[in-house]
Design a protein. Structure first.
Length: 431
């Protein structure tokens, strides 16, 4: 074992160091299918901006995330990793990262208390930059480690809920550093939230239940980017979709996309499968229990484990049993309700997570976001505190690199193809 690996092993908290081999295999499988992160992004990161900088990576700890951590470490960063949800950690991947000299604080299925302790262990390493998911580390550092928090030089945030939390922190005067809204990059939410979550959520539900979709009534609660993607995949596989929305424009969008739209009570009364994707809390709670049908399957794709209020439904249950791996049967007033993956993000905690090709885009955004923060910081002109957009030129660079990796080239408009006012006013031809 190298000295870096033995130091990492001494400082880490992981479950199964002996399983590193399959973790390395999974990371290598992801690497070979991530041409942008492993190519263009790697090259951009090699300019020395990240050399010796401490970077915390707190994202669902599985193979694609481990590749991101490895690329950052190869660029010279001192990387520490933890999971953004205790149910999504892969212990073999965590072990492989430690063998690569990266400190890890994560075990699959740890209690909320253990998980929070892991996040604070990461905070105690004094990260200068955070690649966060759901702002899980950032908000805990703001609350529990104010000294280390004040020293953070920048955050790059993965998801819708995390960006919303960072905006709230900023409004409370609680964000003393710049944060990049990686989620809002086109190359993130247009692909990851919509197609990545759409495919992987449906895949996970079918895998966990061994059911099929044709003819089933699927209720999607929340018709944002995630809900829209899930609805598209469900309809594509033959389900009849009802969208539940509180935003009238998005509800109309769902209707125009060809789905039924209803309020939650009416929708639940007909549902075979309910999938939440609201980014909020308690979209399905004890007040909805009476409306649930016998045999209904409940799955969550939003960031919070409490979109489906599993503790509240549990409190109403007279009995419960894990009837298949990842499927909990609750006996409610004479009917059975099936909760998938304990109400955690079903596609990640109960499935394989997003397709690798999608995370190649999302993690390219995250890596370039972190690089942007570090390069600005090193130049002596850091970005000002607050939540910043991801630069359009970086979005375009990622898209071009992805297209090039598929052998696709694009045309460029020449000036004669561009509509200009001068042509209209003077009748002159554009030169
Ligand atoms: P979004 O903001 O585009 O959409 C959420 C929608 O839910 C909004 O249209 C809102 O009006 C609606 N909504 C909120 N509460 C509702 C309620 N109680 N009933 C009905 N509608 C309600 O957000 P986006 O990007 O679709 O993300 C949704 C959640 O999924 C977030 O928590 C995000 O962090 C998470 N996410 C999960 C991923 C995964 O892999 N599972 C990937 C990407 C995002």
């Amino acid at each position: 074992m190298s000295s870096g690996a033995s130091d990492a092993a001494a400082w880490s908290r992981i479950a199964e160091p002996a399983r590193a081999a399959s973790g390395h295999q999974a990371i290598e499988w992801a690497r070979r299918r991530s041409p942008v992160l492993d190519g263009m992004v790697r090259r951009r990161l090699s300019d020395g901006s990240l050399e010796g900088r401490r970077v915390a990576v707190v994202v669902h700890l599985e193979a694609k995330t481990a590749l991101l951590a490895t690329v950052l470490a190869d660029a010279g960063a001192v990387v520490v990793a933890a999971g953004s949800n205790p149910w999504s950690t892969r212990d073999d991947v965590a072990a492989a990262l430690v063998e690569r000299g990266i400190q890890v604080h994560a075990t699959r299925g740890s209690t909320v208390e253990e998980w929070e302790k892991d996040l604070l262990a990461v905070a105690d390493t004094g990260p200068e930059f955070i690649i966060d998911d759901g702002a899980e580390l950032t908000i805990r550092m703001a609350r529990d480690r104010p000294e280390q928090y004040a020293a953070v030089r920048g955050v790059s945030e993965e998801t819708t809920t995390g960006v919303a939390r960072l905006v709230q922190l900023h409004e409370r005067d609680g964000l003393p550093m710049p944060a990049i809204a990686a989620n809002d990059a086109k190359l993130k939410h247009l692909f990851d939230n919509r197609y990545g979550t759409g495919q992987s959520t449906v895949q996970a539900i079918l895998q966990l239940t061994n059911l099929r979709l044709p003819g089933k009534r699927v209720v999607v609660v929340g018709y944002g980017w995630v809900g829209r993607g899930i609805a598209t995949y469900c309809a594509g596989l033959g389900a009849r979709v009802t969208a539940v929305e509180v935003d009238p424009v998005k509800a109309l969008e769902a209707h125009t996309d060809g789905h039924d739209v209803a309020d939650i009570a009416a929708a639940l009364a007909a549902a075979d499968i309910v999938i939440t994707a609201t980014g909020g809390l308690r979209a399905v709670s004890e007040g909805h229990a009476a409306a649930l049908r016998d045999g209904v399957v409940l799955a969550n794709a939003g960031h919070h484990d409490h979109e489906i209020d599993v503790p509240a439904l549990r409190a109403l249950a007279v009995a419960e049993e894990e009837v298949r791996p990842g499927v909990t049967q609750l006996d409610l007033d004479g009917k059975h309700v099936y909760v998938l993956a304990e109400g955690a993000l079903v596609n990640i905690a109960g499935g394989l997570g997003h397709p690798i090709e999608i995370m190649d885009l999302s993690f390219s955004v995250q890596a370039l976001g972190c690089h942007l923060l570090a390069a600005a910081d090193a130049s002596g002109e850091p970005l000002p505190p607050g939540v910043h957009d991801f630069p359009v030129e970086l979005d375009d660079a990622i898209a071009r690199a992805k297209l090039a990796s598929r052998g696709i080239s694009l045309d460029a408009l020449d000036v004669s193809q561009t509509d200009t006012l001068s042509e209209l006013f003077s009748g002159e031809e554009a030169s």
